[in-house]
Ligand binder design. Structure first.
Ligand code: 13P
Ligand code: SF4
Length: 302
């Protein structure tokens, strides 16, 4: 029996569904039931009739799925797959802003721990952040943890005052604008599609800025045949699948999220067999508050 066949058999036996982010390895995307960006996956997690969700991604994703479905079993193929940015804000920062600003909304990127979500008023993903922030009644916005996404949203919502926090995604923050410029010189007709977690120098070079799904949809619907991609290179699999006639160029220092790559066929088999790496909540108060923050996002993004 191949590993793929074993996974398929175990899924039936355990009534499990596999959700995967675009950044995991191609062989994992191949066997996933659903692949998507963080927004799509958080919505999917609520819709699934299965008893068990195997989340092929990093810990904040599994944690969010569990918060939204406390009655379900959520398994992480690798318990150590974490997003460094998800921890990059202190409670002190939130408390200070709450004390200093009236009419403040604390907006947290979904790439954050349940604890951080519990301090916040509403959650967002890169796919819905502009829409949600625009529609909030508050004048002042503390946007945590990602400063690059915060600046991107602030530019689209100039009527609000933003308070920033120094968090970032190492993969997108350290991408080199020089490497994108080199690619532009080599492929002058190519459109530059980048993720808003990228540093400001990269964002200035972009023809389109959006979530992983946004980037894939742009390429899918574009008449162009060459694209320079400024996000984690796992999206290549979905891009190439939707546009077999097009070419995709990534920076020569390949943007790789080592945590997303920890998910393998072997550890998926392992958790399906043993029920290991189950996501458990923290405490009831934190989980209730974090769930409210996520639920508010799902309502406001509709
Ligand atoms: P999206 O898939 O929501 O664009 O997010 C990118 C990311 O960094 C997920 O960790
Ligand atoms: Fe976190 Fe960046 Fe990896 Fe996304 S790509 S999971 S933001 S470290």
């Amino acid at each position: 029996m191949t590993k793929q066949e074993e996974i398929s058999m175990l899924k039936k036996e355990k009534d499990a569904v596999l959700l995967a982010h675009y950044y995991v390895c191609p062989e994992v995307q191949e066997i996933a039931d659903y692949i998507g960006d963080s927004y799509f996956l958080s919505k999917k997690a609520v819709d699934m009739p299965h008893k068990t969700i195997v989340f092929c991604g990093v810990s904040f994703m599994g944690e969010s799925a569990k918060l939204l479905n406390p009655e379900k079993t959520v398994l992480m193929p690798d318990a150590g797959a974490d997003c460094p940015m998800a921890h990059m804000v202190s409670e002190e920062t939130v408390k200070r802003a709450r004390a200093q600003y009236e009419d403040l909304a604390v907006v947290c990127y979904i790439n954050s721990t349940a604890k951080i979500k519990s301090w916040s008023d509403v959650c967002v993903t890169s796919a819905n952040a502009v829409k949600i922030v625009k529609n909030l009644p508050n004048k002042n916005i503390l946007f945590i943890p990602d400063r690059n996404l915060a600046h991107f949203v602030a530019e689209q919502v100039p009527e609000k005052t933003f308070i920033y926090n120094e968090g970032y995604c190492p993969v997108h923050e350290h991408m080199k604008a020089e490497e994108i410029k080199e690619l532009k010189n080599m492929h002058p007709m190519a459109k530059v599609l980048v993720h808003p977690e990228c540093n400001s120098e990269i964002l200035k070079l972009a023809d389109y800025i959006g979530s992983t799904s946004g980037i894939i949809d742009f390429a899918k619907n574009s008449p162009d045949k060459e694209f320079i991609i400024g996000t984690e290179s796992g999206v290549r699999y979905a891009l190439q699948k939707t546009r077999q006639d097009a070419e995709f160029f990534f920076p020569k220092t390949e943007p790789i999220c080592t945590d997303m790559k920890k998910v393998t066929l072997d550890n998926i088999i392992e958790v399906l067999k043993n029920g290991s790496n189950e996501v458990t909540g923290s405490n009831q108060q934190t989980d209730d508050a974090a769930k409210q923050t996520l639920t508010r996002m799902l309502e406001l993004a509709k």
